[in-house]
Design a protein around this ligand. Structure first.
Ligand code: ZN
Ligand code: ZN
Length: 424
């Protein structure tokens, strides 16, 4: 029985996990204290590559700028790709942890910015480094090829595509399945996922609204882009509330609204930057078309001298878990973790460029979540109806508890990989 073999294989591979935990904890704290901005993950990539080399992997660095690919060929069998992202965010950490980041760096616009691992990618790197080492140490327990990928630039939607554009598909074997995971709000010690869409498509747009500037005392001489922008922002709220069916879901968030420099000057343009999340290609198309329609109509209603300029900023594809592969993972997780630790969760309105790999290779992929909250605190917040008050990814207070978050993520990767490599 394939599923039993994989569970047995997992217990062999994971024998050394508890011994390695102190060292993995030190690795996590080190990466946490030394975060790097997207596409600048040289130190982190160097650490990942060193560890893979020491564990006996064939290592290629600099794939898509700072990406690392490790290959471990271990006889005939399937090829499994495991992926972790490495980048941090321009956010000032405010966790109060002893190992909190104090790092600043220069961003793409030349500004000095604080840098913090506020999305937990430091945890992802540690999990994958741990799983890669354990699977290498217990090569007798499985067969096939393991491909381990440390990816740059997830937060800017650049990294996966950069690796693909750098010849990932030609230079490395095609995997049978692509697996990845993310630390999220949830009780530590649990894993969660489901077949179908698992993270949303995301589209960021910049809108420039053109008016006519004038003295603040003479509005009749102006076409006021501030009022135009205000109308656009309010009207955009009707897309989700009035145009998307209750059975579908979407998010339209205006995150930037900028105009003017002085209270008695009517400026001549306004900038809106917004972000859209959708879980269905049809809904996405409708929402994007509605934005364009509303922006143009409001500009026309104001008598704008020029049509607004709508520019895409970045885009994440919809990330869909293959049904068969996803069921295989769920079964392997239930066989390894106790059933109450394996949760079913619908798609998250977060976005990921992880889906690019499965799409490019045209192979199934599965992505799941690993809880990072103290189970007691999570349970109390849930009972009080205050789950939304727990710091989420990208919050300056986001701080997964170390245990059992560290071991759960390592175990999930090992068990997931063995669902293919351990089956005979
Ligand atoms: Zn993030
Ligand atoms: Zn993330």
């Amino acid at each position: 029985m394939a599923e039993r073999t994989s569970v047995n294989g997992a217990s062999i591979v994971l024998t050394n996990l508890s011994k390695q935990l102190p060292e993995l904890e030190a690795l996590y704290k080190d990466i946490h204290a030394h975060p790097e901005l997207s596409m600048h993950e040289t130190r982190t990539a160097g650490i990942a590559a060193d560890r893979l080399r020491k564990a006996g992997y064939e290592v290629t660095t600099g794939v898509g700028k700072t990406g690392v690919v490790g290959l471990l060929r271990n006889g005939d069998g399937p090829t499994v790709m495991l992926r972790a992202d490495m980048d941090a965010l321009p956010i000032a950490e405010n966790t109060g942890l002893t190992y909190a980041s104090k790092v600043t760096a220069t961003d793409a616009e030349g500004n000095a910015v604080p840098v913090g691992h506020m999305c937990g990618h430091d945890m992802h790197v540690t999990w994958l480094a741990g799983a890669a080492a354990l699977l290498s140490q217990a090569r007798g327990a499985w067969k096939g090829t393991l491909m381990v990928i440390f990816q740059p630039g997830e937060e800017t939607a650049q990294g996966a595509q950069a690796m693909i554009d750098d010849g990932l598909l030609k230079r490395f074997p095609t995997p049978d399945v692509v697996l990845g995971q993310h630390v999220m709000v949830g009780p530590s010690g649990t894993v969660a996922g489901s077949a179908g869409p698992i993270t949303s498509a995301a589209d960021s747009l910049q809108i420039r609204l053109f008016g006519r500037g004038a003295h603040g005392s003479m509005p009749q001489a102006s076409i006021d882009p501030v009022v135009m922008a205000a109308s656009v922002v309010l009207r955009l709220q009707t897309i989700v509330s009035r145009e998307v069916a209750a059975t579908d879901a979407a998010v339209v968030t205006v995150g930037v609204l900028q105009a003017g420099t002085k209270e008695n000057v009517i400026p001549d343009e306004a900038i809106i930057k917004l972000n859209v999340r959708t879980f269905d290609a049809g809904v996405r198309k409708h929402v994007l078309a509605a934005i364009e329609r509303i922006v143009n109509a409001e500009a026309e209603a104001s008598g704008a001298p020029r049509k607004p300029e709508i520019k895409p900023l970045d885009r994440y594809p919809l990330n869909v878990n293959d049904e068969t592969a996803s069921n295989r993972i769920a079964e392997a997780f239930r066989g390894h973790f106790s059933p109450d630790r394996v949760k079913h969760t619908g798609p998250a309105p977060a976005s990921e460029d992880f889906g690019c790999f499965g799409t490019a290779w045209q192979v199934p992929s599965v992505f799941w979540f690993v809880g990072g909250n103290d189970p007691k605190i999570y349970a109390q917040a849930k009972a009080a109806g205050k789950l939304n008050e727990l710091p989420v990814n990208h919050s300056p207070q986001f701080a997964p508890i170390l245990h059992p978050t560290l071991e759960t993520g390592v175990e999930a990767l090992v068990v997931g990989a063995l669902a293919w490599l351990g089956a005979s």
